[in-house]
Write a protein that binds this ligand. Structure first.
Ligand code: SAH
Length: 244
């Protein structure tokens, strides 16, 4: 079905979960699996649990970092079994699937799943535009990784069949993940130089700014304007696209 949707599993500990996730994906018509530093993969247990979704496993891309796994993506959704200190925009699986599908018509999108024991780190969540939380028992909210992949893949399939209302299309040329990272690096550097950001207490400010700019869904022209402003604030007269 959708080749522009990739499922990213970060640092998975149990190869069985990778196989079960591949099976869940194939059941729901998804094929693109990215594994960020999986532990013990490839593995017979993964193949056994894939029960016929061997092609999804065979085509899985193994990456060394989440950045690498998200290269070229215009839209990234992270999954979370719990709420965080600074809240990120959170959607339910149904809303999220509709949005992912819509975004996937314009370009590459990713749905990111965390580690079995500790989920995604705050740094990893910061790379996401939205978070999705599968409603569950508040006292026992953490699903098995492959079960979470199953629920979200199912919602993607339901959204595909057109049973959910479609939001407005966004035809702008949004910047891919790596350009947003480069912009955030430039922003942080500038704020440090201006001494607006305190190097000893840096975390919260950058997180809030990331949330703000990710929510805005910046396009290429907007990023160029912002980077021009940053360069001007750094005291450079002319901002060149290539140089920082
Ligand atoms: N102890 C971890 C749980 C990780 S469960 C934590 O508190 O974060 C492993 C992965 O399964 C999660 O990172 C997420 O990708 C997915 N997952 C589990 N339960 C989920 C839920 N209720 N909603 C969305 N994703 C969930």
């Amino acid at each position: 079905m959708k080749t522009s949707i990739r499922i990213v599993l970060v640092n998975t500990t149990h190869p069985g979960n990778i196989g079960a996730a591949a099976r869940a994906m194939k059941n729901m018509g998804l094929a693109r699996l990215c594994l960020v530093q999986p532990q013990g993969f490839p593995c017979a247990e993964a193949t056994a649990r894939a029960s016929g979704a061997d092609d999804v496993l065979a085509n899985a891309v193994v990456c060394q970092s989440l950045e690498q796994a998200l290269a070229g993506c215009r839209f990234v959704v992270g999954t979370s079994a719990r709420s965080r200190r600074i809240s990120w925009p959170v959607e339910n699986p149904r809303q999220c699937a509709v949005r992912l599908l819509q975004e996937s018509k314009q370009g590459e999108v990713a749905l990111v799943f965390g580690r079995e024991h500790s989920g995604l780190t705050n740094e990893e969540l910061e790379k996401c535009h939205y978070l999705v939380h599968i409603p569950s028992n508040p006292d026992f909210s953490s699903l098995n990784l492959a079960a979470a992949v199953q629920v979200l893949s199912y919602e993607l399939m339901m959204a595909q069949t057109g049973r959910s209302a479609q939001p407005e299309e966004d035809a702008r040329e949004l910047v891919p993940a790596e350009e947003m990272e480069s912009f955030f690096g430039h922003l942080e550097q500038t704020l440090l130089e201006l001494e607006f950001l305190n190097a000893h207490q840096p975390r919260k400010l950058m997180r809030r700014l990331r949330r703000l700019f990710n929510r805005a869904r910046l396009d290429k022209t907007e990023v160029n304007i912002l980077r021009g402003i940053l360069a001007a604030a750094q005291g450079r007269k002319f901002y060149k696209k290539t140089g920082r």
